[in-house]
Design a protein around this ligand. Structure first.
Ligand SMILES: O=C(CO)COP(=O)(O)O
Length: 127
């Protein structure tokens, strides 16, 4: 079965997300990818990845991804949050991260952790 990964980045972190995804592009091409609207659009346009795009985060995209996760359809979340900028949909962001904790789904909220998670997922996929 394909590894199912959610990719989400706040505006100030979107360039980081593109750079990160480019580093793991061969692995990510073989995964099922789900993303919030704008993040997913950039990943598709700039890297040619096939993405199950949900609504933009402020319009409920985090909640849509959370619903998939609760249904057992997400193996890991890479959520590059911007800790310096207040977000209008903070409750949605917290709900998604909480859902990861409730369901014990790996959730990387910064680049260092994202590298660890992606490296481990890649290893697991080749076993
Ligand atoms: O706001 C977000 C996550 O909380 C990200 O949404 P976008 O990818 O649509 O910008």
């Amino acid at each position: 079965m394909k590894t199912r990964i959610a990719l989400i980045a706040h505006d100030m972190k979107k360039d980081d997300m593109i750079t990160l995804a480019a580093q793991y592009i061969d692995f990510l091409r073989g995964c099922h990818l789900i993303a919030t609207g704008t993040t997913g659009g950039r990943l598709a346009n700039e890297l040619g990845l096939t993405i199950d795009r949900k609504h933009s985060g402020p319009f409920g995209g985090d909640l849509q991804i959370g619903a998939h996760l609760v249904d057992g359809q997400v193996d890991a979340v890479i959520f590059l949050r911007d800790p310096m900028t207040p977000q209008p949909h903070e409750p949605d962001i917290n709900a998604l991260v909480r859902a990861c904790d409730v369901h014990n789904v790996a959730c990387a909220t910064n680049l260092s952790t994202a590298h660890l998670v992606l490296t481990q997922l890649m290893l697991a996929a080749t076993k």
